[in-house]
Ligand binder design. Structure first.
Ligand code: SAH
Ligand code: SF4
Length: 440
């Protein structure tokens, strides 16, 4: 979501003469778009600000002075602390205010207070995109922001505010613009993307499933993905979209966090481990080859060894294609941060290592199943080696293949002959005339 927001910031600033550059060294303005989800992410901001201070003070006096802005969720949550710890910062703004960047820049010399979120994401959306720039083959598109679920460990409801779903027609318009600029895959984003719900101009309710059906009609959109979903919001239309639409990729990121019911209750997830198993069963019934990914937190306050074993059991049952896992990080202002029975750092570390080991084995076995198979790959960029292009399979695996640049942005068929934990490799499937099989 920060990648999407950063691109929109560039769009907002373009009419004011700003363009993106590759390094902060000669930039007139540096914006750190920050993440507050775990302590480590938040602390990185201060070390980065230290680095920027040196560049700012060493700036040749004949050049424009460098302005430093801190945006995103750390700015929202710790604005005053940023001013105190890094007084060389010029602008601090929350994640729902970037549409006001030009105005902030105009007043930045006066060091105004933090630009806090107005707590509706509504205003910042639907700013004009930079129509002259080309889009990447695969683009993000935020359709929903914020969260009303208040899991006890999570800062998102406080930093991103209330759930807001963009009107479907604005999403369809933005998707069409991205396609016109060259995108072939769109990933719909939301903190609770499957809680998406809007009302269209005819007064009908549009859920994520219905939105997928509408997007699938757009010409030249080959692939649609969405992330991140919540197990409580797996609705029938979404399952129908997986069952019926070839454009909707067979991959779902469905975080469970823990396999223990008592931990899930303390997390205020409002679903049990069995509810989650049921959601997975429904997805697999709708689309048997669907790949599942998840997020896990180990060492949530009060998590016992038995609770942790419940998580391992669930992982063994589900068999994940890939997953992210984290040590619980106490976040100021969240209920879990002051729960008694915090788990020791050593235990968290040991549990994370065990869980990650199991998840790694599952990812490797998942990838190995593709050896000898032909998969469709949307080629997105150059690889590290000469003549190599990289793209993704329908199941989100990175695939390396030797292919000519003319195939960038195309869907090709690839015979898989190599596998490691993070990626697959193969060669182009060719017909008897040695022509690669290209689908668009
Ligand atoms: N809305 C999504 C998750 C958004 S946050 C959901 O409900 O699943 C992304 C991930 O960061 C979470 O799934 C969780 O695994 C992790 N996370 C959030 N807060 C955390 C914390 N305090 N400590 C460790 N991991 C955390
Ligand atoms: Fe955070 Fe996701 Fe829970 Fe919302 S549903 S509070 S974003 S973990």
């Amino acid at each position: 979501m920060n990648v999407y927001d950063s691109a929109r910031m560039a769009d907002v600033l373009a009419p004011h003469g700003y363009r993106s550059v590759g390094s902060p060294d000669d930039a007139d303005l540096v914006i750190l778009n920050t993440c507050h989800i775990r302590e480590k992410a938040a602390e990185k901001v201060y070390s980065e600000l230290g680095r920027l201070r040196k560049i700012k003070t060493a700036r040749d006096k004949n050049l424009n002075p460098m302005l430093i802005a801190v945006g995103g969720c750390v700015a929202q949550a710790e604005g005053e602390e940023i001013w105190a710890r890094a007084p060389w910062v010029d602008i601090v703004f929350g994640p729902q205010t970037y549409h006001r960047l030009p105005e902030m820049l105009a007043s930045s010399q006066r060091k105004e207070a933090v630009f806090h979120a107005e707590f509706s994401a509504e205003q910042k959306f639907d700013l004009p995109l930079q129509i002259n720039t080309s889009a990447s083959t695969s683009e993000y598109l935020t359709i929903q922001e914020g969260c009303n679920k208040f899991c006890t460990f999570c800062v998102v409801p406080y930093t991103r505010g209330e759930e807001f779903s963009r009107p479907s027609r604005n999403i369809l318009r933005e998707a069409s613009q991205l396609i016109a600029r060259g995108a072939r895959e769109v990933t719909l984003l939301g903190q609770n993307v499957n809680a998406y719900l809007s009302i269209d101009e005819y007064g009908s309710k549009i859920s994520l499933g219905e939105l997928l059906f509408q997007l699938a009609e757009l010409p030249n959109l080959e692939r649609i993905r969405y992330t991140t979903s919540h197990p409580r919001d797996m609705h029938k239309e979404l399952l129908d979209a997986h069952r019926q639409l070839p454009e909707v990729m067979p991959y779902v990121h469905l975080p469970v966090q823990s396999g223990s019911n008592s931990v899930l209750t303390d997390m205020n997830r409002r679903h049990t481990a069995d509810d989650y198993r049921h959601a997975i069963d429904q997805l697999r019934t709708a689309r048997p080859d669907i790949a599942i990914s998840s997020d896990f937190i180990v060492g949530f306050p009060g998590e016992s060894e038995a609770d942790f074993l419940d998580t391992l059991t669930l992982v063994r049952e589900v068999e994940y294609a890939q997953a992210y896992s984290f040590k619980y990080s106490a976040r100021p202002g969240t209920p879990a941060a002051i729960m008694r029975k915090q788990v020791s750092e050593d235990e968290k570390k040991a549990r994370l290592a065990e869980l990650q080991n199991l998840l790694r084995q599952q990812q490797i076995s998942f990838n190995k199943k593709f050896i000898g198979k032909t998969v469709s790959v949307l080629l997105e960029r150059h690889g590290r080696h000469n003549g190599q292009l990289v793209g993704r399979s329908p199941h989100m695996q990175m695939v390396h293949v030797n292919a000519s640049d003319s195939l960038l942005g195309k869907l090709v068929q690839v015979n898989i002959d190599g596998v490691d934990k993070n990626s697959l490799s193969g060669h182009l499937f060719t017909d008897k005339f040695q022509q690669p099989k290209v689908t668009n």
